[in-house]
Ligand binder design. Structure first.
Ligand SMILES: [Fe+2]
Length: 403
């Protein structure tokens, strides 16, 4: 439902990518505008899960932690789970000054979180020298590989764009009502607040604005709460491959499958993936390990890997040394961009780790283009198969795994 009334616990993990030079591969999670009160127990529990599931290298807390004293136990429970983590930093929001900035600082630092309000931190992760500035533009005198800015209130990008690689801000809550969204921002809020946007890039600087996690006045329309997970990587990858997570939408995955297989369906091949409903997608996903390729928080590719001996229907698949994958799709707009190859490499690596000697896939024997795609990647014909749910004969294509 688009209209959200009351203190609801739903939020999304917005996954973003920042490409950079050098050998960098880091994940940064930013959460802001918690506005905890007596009703915040559920969202605190979900945030604990989100942090443990995404396991970021750096966790940034963007301020506005608490609205009422009754929210304190929930906030303490959340912060307590961060106390064992390294590289957790917090800045203050405007509400923290209303609540009592000293009390908030005391609470945060009690849990081994670095208080970064108007401060700078320097540290190294896996050889990458990092600087984080909290609610201030820091200096650039120190030799650093990656400079981050953690803000509460957004400030003009031109004030800092040349100095930082990745910047975060919150505070605006997406204006809580979104009637229209485009690359220029979230409207109507964007008419009043220049930075009522999701992201903007200027040169090598990525600026991300969170819609926050809670509101003093709990009403939203079409404005899903969020935390932002930025994958900073040096391979200049325009996408990320990761396992499907509970928070991902099976509906979105199903739509992707329909889209990706629509061209083959038009050619007369009735692939299950071209018309299956969400329950079938879920069932097929649950049979193996599903990976998704994600860019700008959208699923643009997928594939599900099945353990050796797990796929049925043909004696070849029953072999204990044969692994397989299925439900393989890449969004039509993103095909030929290396996403399919990357997904297949992922499946092959996993299969080798599981001890398989072969990895096999099947497709319609008339889908010449697709068969060429597999052949180019080292797959060879092993046999035919006829599945009950398809209107074509399939070919089994297999590749020997080395090592
Ligand atoms: Fe706020």
């Amino acid at each position: 439902m688009k209209l959200e009334l009351g203190h609801k616990s739903d939020f999304e993990i917005r996954r973003e990518i920042h490409g950079c030079a050098g050998k960098t591969d880091l994940r940064i999670l930013y959460m802001s505008d918690l506005h905890f009160n007596r009703y915040s127990g559920k969202i605190a529990a979900k945030l604990i899960n989100a942090v443990s599931e995404t396991n970021p290298d750096i966790l940034l807390l963007g301020g506005d932690y608490i609205d009422s004293r009754k929210g304190l136990p929930h906030l303490e429970k959340l912060l307590d789970t961060f106390s064992g983590r390294e590289h957790v930093f917090a800045v203050a929001g405007n509400h923290d000054y209303y609540f009592g900035i000293d009390a908030v600082k005391k609470l945060v630092t009690k849990y081994n979180i670095s208080w970064l309000e108007k401060e700078t931190a320097h540290f190294t992760i896996r050889g990458v020298r990092i600087q984080v500035d909290g609610n201030r533009i820091g200096d650039t005198n120190t030799e650093t590989d990656l400079r981050l800015l953690c803000l509460h209130k957004p400030i003009a990008l031109k004030k800092f764009a040349g100095r930082y690689a990745v910047c975060f801000a919150g505070h605006l809550h997406g204006s809580q009502f979104v009637f229209h969204e485009n690359e220029h921002g979230l409207f109507p809020g964007r008419f009043f607040y220049r930075w009522n946007i999701l992201r903007v890039k200027s040169g090598n600087c990525s600026y991300f604005i969170s819609k926050g996690l809670g509101d003093s006045l709990p009403i939203r329309y079409n404005c899903r709460k969020d935390v932002i997970l930025v994958h900073v990587n040096s391979e200049n990858k325009q996408f990320e491959i990761r396992p499907l997570q509970e928070s991902d939408s099976i509906e979105e995955l199903t739509q992707l499958l329909h889209l990706a297989y629509s061209k083959l369906a038009e050619q007369g091949f009735r692939y299950l993936a071209s018309h299956q409903d969400t329950s079938v997608t879920r069932r097929r996903v649950e049979k193996g390990i599903c990976f998704v390729a994600v860019a700008e928080n959208k699923i643009i590719g997928t594939l599900t890997c099945y353990e050796p001996g797990r796929a049925g229907g043909h004696p070849w698949y029953a072999r204990a040394d044969v692994s397989s994958y299925g439900q393989f799709a890449v969004h039509p707009d993103r095909q030929a961009g290396g996403i399919g190859s990357a997904l297949i490499r992922h499946a092959e690596t996993l299969a080798a780790k599981q001890g398989a000697k072969e990895i096999t896939v099947d497709t319609a024997e008339g889908a010449a283009e697709l068969i060429r795609f597999y052949e180019k990647r080292g797959y060879r014909f092993v046999d035919h198969a006829q599945w009950t749910e398809t209107n074509y004969r399939s070919v089994l294509l297999s590749k020997k795994l080395s090592g």
